[in-house]
Design a protein. Structure first.
Ligand code: NIG
Ligand code: FE
Length: 419
């Protein structure tokens, strides 16, 4: 049955030529098209019609249309969260308290906390328990406008536990209508049993875990935490090459705390996205611009919730867009550095802290996020033929009211595949 949102104050990020752009970059991000006083039809999981209310003729109100009044409300593409660590065993709020008493993230990690804390907790949880928690978190994310979620492993750090995490994501895929993407992040930290033997562990990731993950088709992408005391740009290159040979594109954690060459290695390895980028030198930005000047570089992904929570710099999103590049925005939802899936908060932070316009923020959270998952042909904008993942807001004065009214829950419904 067809569902029609009618009398909408507006629809944002409309593509009139069917799914014309894979992403928007530079000034085009702020110029995404909107329709005012509009309707939007969804049927069979897809967006099937949209236009000004005035264009609706009498015969277009067949009885089998379920009509939803959108007076005073906006519709826009539901958020695409292209970077999360949503499978985890428990909070790390005790580490948060330690930090509020002066300890740093690096100090806590060096003392065996951090990612290793999450790995220890995850080892003792069953697949069923982890799945139940994941499904609850997905429902929570949907309540704040998210329809599509990428989820990483990386709290297992052994063959069996990494596979366990990926199986949880795979089971969730069949239990929710929300499109989910799985990323193998075995190279997230060196586990306790390999302390001081990073190379031995990395070798295990490369030669045992990655082939096993690929053999069971448990991942859509591969990721690595390229950072001082974690993994090196050389290892990033090795992993990217091996993954690509198995048909798995690389999404990389780079430049979160230090600039170590991970960005350049990602560019050379044809990574799909470069995520974090809180610490960018002028050379880093110039190299990214150069990569984009010769075709599609990796999608830069900003994670403003992580910057807020760890009190580290924000990704220079304004500079990235002003340099003519695209920018995606995601939550990084995880128990250690970004314990929130709320992309309404990320939208506000993108504006208030990264100085993006509301429309640039929305494009980053939707179409460009979809592009960071190689899926902008499926969703990320309002276009006929795309999957009907659509947010309907509560009554608001303007679209910009949403990031403006930080901390408020202004989503009335999140449609996933038209439901
Ligand atoms: O994206 N930086 C690496 N990984 C996560 C944090 C992991 C954790 O603290 O549990 C991130 O910030
Ligand atoms: Fe992350």
């Amino acid at each position: 049955m067809r569902t029609r949102l009618e009398n909408l104050a507006g629809i944002a990020l409309v593509e009139t030529e069917v799914a014309s752009a894979a992403f928007l970059a530079g000034p085009a991000m702020d110029q995404a098209a909107c329709l005012s006083n509009a309707f939007l039809d969804m049927e069979g999981g897809k967006i099937v019609a949209l236009g000004p209310m005035a264009s609706l003729k009498d015969g277009q109100f067949p009885e089998q249309v379920r009509r939803i009044d959108g007076t005073g409300r906006w519709a826009f593409p539901a958020f695409v969260d292209s970077h999360t660590h949503m499978v985890f065993a428990k909070e790390r709020s005790e580490e948060f308290e330690m930090r509020m008493r002066g300890a740093t993230y690096a100090e806590i990690a060096a003392a065996g906390g951090g990612i290793l804390n999450s790995a220890a907790a995850l080892a003792s949880r069953s697949e069923d328990e982890l799945l139940e928690d994941l499904l609850r978190r997905l429902t929570q994310a949907r309540s704040t406008g998210t329809a599509v979620v990428e989820i990483k492993s990386g709290y297992g750090l052994s063959l069996e536990t990494e596979l366990k995490m990926l199986r949880v994501i795979q089971r969730a895929k069949s239990l929710t209508r929300m499109p989910l993407f799985a990323t193998f992040l075995g190279a997230h930290a060196v586990p306790k049993r390999h302390q001081g033997q990073r190379e031995a562990y990395f070798n295990e990731v490369l030669t045992e875990m990655l082939p096993a993950v690929a053999a069971e088709s448990l991942a859509d992408f591969v990721d690595i935490f390229c950072e001082e005391n974690y993994f090196t740009p050389t290892e990033l290159t090795q992993l990217a090459d091996a993954a690509l040979a198995l048909g798995l594109p690389l999404k990389a954690h780079v430049n979160q705390f230090t600039s170590t060459g991970g960005l350049q290695a990602s560019i050379a390895s044809k990574a799909l996205s470069v995520d974090h980028l809180e610490v960018m030198s002028d050379t880093d930005l110039a190299d990214l611009v150069q990569a984009w000047s010769t075709g599609n570089g990796p999608m830069p992904v900003a994670l403003p919730g992580c910057s807020l929570f760890l009190d580290i710099p924000y990704t220079p999103g304004r500079r990235i867009i002003d340099a003519g590049l695209p920018l995606a925005i995601a939550s990084d939802f995880n128990p250690g550095s970004a314990p929130s899936s709320n992309l309404l908060t990320a939208w506000s932070l993108a504006c208030h802290q990264m100085k993006l316009t509301p429309m640039e923020g929305l494009v980053g959270l939707t179409l460009n996020g979809a592009s960071a998952l190689q899926a902008s042909d499926r969703f990320g904008s309002i276009a006929i033929g795309k999957e009907a993942h659509v947010c309907l807001t509560k009554p608001i004065e303007r679209l910009a009211s949403i990031p403006y009214r930080f901390g408020e829950q202004l989503i009335e419904r999140t449609f996933v595949s038209g439901q």
